[in-house]
Design a protein around this ligand. Structure first.
Ligand code: VG1
Ligand code: CO
Length: 538
């Protein structure tokens, strides 16, 4: 039986950089989840359509997915393709949308944010492109949430998602699938698996940290079972509702267990980690860290090692905040180069129109046009393929890259938990100051340009402004943005980059110190936030 339930709107259901992201406690409010899902349905007219659904296994995944299934049936959806047990990584979901030509998909995840009752919950909504919906669509959904008065849901028992196969709920087909199989096939079609298998057979060692999130089972299958990495290479491999207390953000701060292993004297040859929903990656060598910005540049420069790309690639794109390392690679290879606002959705049009093959963000995101999301395991396999084919270590590959192209010393400074109006005022004040900064000299730095970053999409002609940037004569950059994924208060992100051609082995913190001083001064960070230093540096 279909129930129509009366409800009242919540005013805060605006999607950010990647879907809706809230404290779990907020999502647990009566009808909060249902309101948001019904608002999406009201915008996309789901009657007769097919969607892929799953989640990263965090707290509330199990309950929310049942609600989603019952609401889909009540709203006339024809078919749902569901990851077994309700689990699906973001990249696997994008692959399934594209492979099955579905009308879109839902991933229940707050990505790299902590999970659990006191953590975060979230929803990413993708269209038939396989990528998250555009800013315009998310605006229409937000408007719908402001006026919602009722939603439709089946009044029925929970659906069993543990068995592979098809079943029916009302007129809707529910197909429970093994999401890992398809994903392994996709990866096998891109990379040189025999070469990587040989690498492990010859004794190459790795550790992968799944951070108790969704990629554990994928990693065990791919790295250990298919490619032959030693058993036990995958750490924290069982998805847990609270990620075992970990903050599933693969960086030097939060992936501490892996980092300690990789910096110990008997470190394995290669280390990597993914985030909660499997779209982010961190790459490490023995006592060696590769920044995501450098990783994008290195992968692009080495595309010819990879079977799927060896005949040539279209261009490459990065988010504006990402370092300019990949720009120098694009120039040398004479391929297209694009700079977009932060958020993977801005890469989708560029991939669909074959302007780019690779893209990446400084926030541990790398990917290609094989799907329309960033892809953590893809990036790791890319590195393993380069290592297997070039017979060089992570450190050798990176050092050679810096010698050839120079090194962009790069760090991101996050100032968390700022009051929203304080953060907004800080940004407004800085924006007003920008015109007066151009031409000014601060110590060794002369400012060439200070501006609000505005992106013009070459495909749909939309314009988006996101963040501000200060460029100096020596090629350094300071970028300011407010986060669009924090679930309470505001986070100010300050991104610093300094290009060096000679000094290749310095301490990054020392290298960007001068730029940090300018950032504090022009944005009045201490005066306005009371913070003497950043909360997290990545
Ligand atoms: C952050 C990152 C951004 C990334 C987004 C989603 O956004 O900076 O590069 O695309 O998270 O990543 P923000 O607005 O907080 O800076 V994920 O792995 O949460 O989908
Ligand atoms: Co993620």
């Amino acid at each position: 039986m279909i129930d129509t339930i009366k409800t009242t709107p919540y005013m805060d259901q605006k999607m950010g950089t990647a879907g809706l992201r809230k404290k779990s406690k907020v999502v647990l409010q009566p009808n909060y989840f249902e309101n948001f899902i019904q608002s999406i349905f009201n915008v996309i007219s789901p009657q007769g359509k097919t969607y892929v659904i799953g989640g990263d296994g965090r707290f509330y995944n199990d309950i929310a997915i049942q609600k989603l299934i019952k609401m889909a049936a009540a709203n006339g959806v024809k078919k749902l393709i569901v990851g077994q047990n309700g689990y699906l990584s973001t990249p696997a979901s994008s692959n399934m949308i594209l492979k099955n030509h579905t009308d879109g998909g839902f991933v229940l995840t707050a990505s790299h944010n902590p999970g659990g009752e006191n953590g975060d919950f979230g929803i990413k909504f993708a269209t038939s492109t396989g990528g998250q919906c555009s800013a315009q669509v998310s605006e229409r959904i937000f408007n719908e949430t402001q006026n919602i008065s009722e939603y439709k849901i089946m009044n029925s028992a929970d659906v069993d998602l543990s068995q592979i196969g098809s079943q029916k709920l009302l007129d809707m087909e529910i197909e429970v699938v093994d999401p890992i199989k398809d994903y392994v096939k996709l990866m096998e079609g891109i990379f040189d698996f025999p070469a990587i298998r040989k690498l492990f057979a010859e004794g190459f060692t790795m550790r992968f940290d799944a951070m108790n999130a969704v990629t554990g089972p994928y990693a065990i299958e791919i790295f250990e079972n298919v490619l032959g990495a030693a058993k036990g290479s995958v750490l924290n491999s069982t998805p847990k509702p609270d990620f075992g207390g970990l903050h599933p953000d693969p960086n030097l701060v939060y992936a501490k267990e892996l980092v300690d292993i990789m910096y110990s004297d008997d470190a394995p040859d290669f280390g990597a980690a993914n985030d909660g929903d499997g779209d982010r990656n961190m790459i490490l060598g023995k006592k060696f860290f590769v920044t995501p910005s450098d990783s994008l540049a290195i992968l692009t420069d080495n595309y010819a090692y990879i079977p799927a790309y060896k005949n040539g690639i279209f261009g490459v794109a990065k988010s504006m905040a990402t370092s300019t390392a990949v720009a120098r690679v694009a120039a040398r290879h004479n391929i297209g180069y694009y700079e977009v606002p932060t958020g993977w959705k801005y890469f989708v049009n560029l991939m669909d129109s074959r302007r780019i093959t690779f893209c990446g963000e400084e926030s541990f995101g790398t990917g290609s046009s094989h799907i329309r999301e960033k892809d953590g395991i893809w990036a790791i396999l890319f590195w393993l393929n380069i290592i297997a084919s070039s017979k060089k270590s992570v450190e050798e590959i990176t050092m050679e890259h810096w010698k050839k192209y120079g090194r962009s010393y790069y760090l991101r400074f996050d100032f968390d938990g700022i009051k929203t109006d304080v953060a907004n005022d800080l940004m407004k004040n800085l924006e007003n100051k920008l015109p007066s900064l151009t031409g000014k000299t601060y110590g060794e730095f002369k400012i060439k340009l200070a501006e609000v970053f505005t992106y013009h999409d070459p495909v749909d002609n939309s314009s988006t402004s996101n963040g501000m940037r200060i460029l100096t004569e020596d090629g350094s950059r300071i970028v300011f943005r407010l986060s669009g994924t924090s679930s309470s208060g505001a986070t100010l992100r300050v991104y610093l980059e300094k290009l060096e051609h000679e000094k290749l082995r310095e301490d990054p913190v020392a290298m960007v110190e001068g730029l940090l001083k300018i950032a504090f001064e022009v944005a009045e960070i201490r005066e306005r936030t009371g913070k003497q230093k950043a909360d997290i540096i990545t």
